[in-house]
Design a protein around this ligand. Structure first.
Ligand code: AMP
Length: 143
């Protein structure tokens, strides 16, 4: 294994245990998806495994095998819900790469021709906006 051990006292661990809220979009036995509170573009969401791992470096390949189809499902849904031209999927590993929360997660970010992303971990979005954006994606998933 590479890097440090998983510490369950991270913010996504707390979300998984229901200790802090999130704007949930999708959940199954192995996976949770919710809105990023500091979106780099409207509709920016995160997909996480329920199994503990710090990032991709220590993840069990079996966990990744279940996670990636959900990343794809959410990427397709976000593209449709936000009428995006494209989707950026980002995943950071360790501080040098830009990782700030140490529970494995994939960013799914709607993109538009000629429009740059807002900064990573930039400004907090309004709760009402996040809730409405979650509903947009949930609506597409339900179709
Ligand atoms: P990183 O670890 O660098 O991939 O970034 C962690 C991401 O989690 C950032 O984009 C933050 O905006 C986001 N974030 C931090 N706290 C929360 C939270 N409580 N709910 C949802 N997203 C969060």
């Amino acid at each position: 294994m590479t890097g440090q051990a998983y510490d369950s006292n991270n913010i996504f661990g707390k979300i998984l245990r229901g200790e802090i809220p999130c704007h949930r979009i999708y959940e199954d036995a192995d996976t949770l998806a919710f809105m990023d509170v500091m979106p780099q573009s409207p509709g920016h969401l995160l997909v996480i495994p329920k199994a503990p791992s710090r990032n991709i470096l220590d993840a069990d390949p079996a966990v990744l095998a279940k996670l990636i189809p959900v990343v794809q499902k959410l990427a397709r849904a976000a593209k449709e819900a936000f009428e995006a031209d494209g989707i950026t999927v980002i995943q950071f590993n360790e501080p040098a790469s830009g990782q700030t929360v140490y529970h494995l997660h994939f960013h799914v970010i709607p993109r538009y021709e000629g429009l740059a992303l807002k900064p990573h971990s930039g400004q907090m979005e309004d709760n009402g906006v996040l809730a409405a954006n979650a509903e947009k994606i949930i609506g597409v998933l339900g179709n």
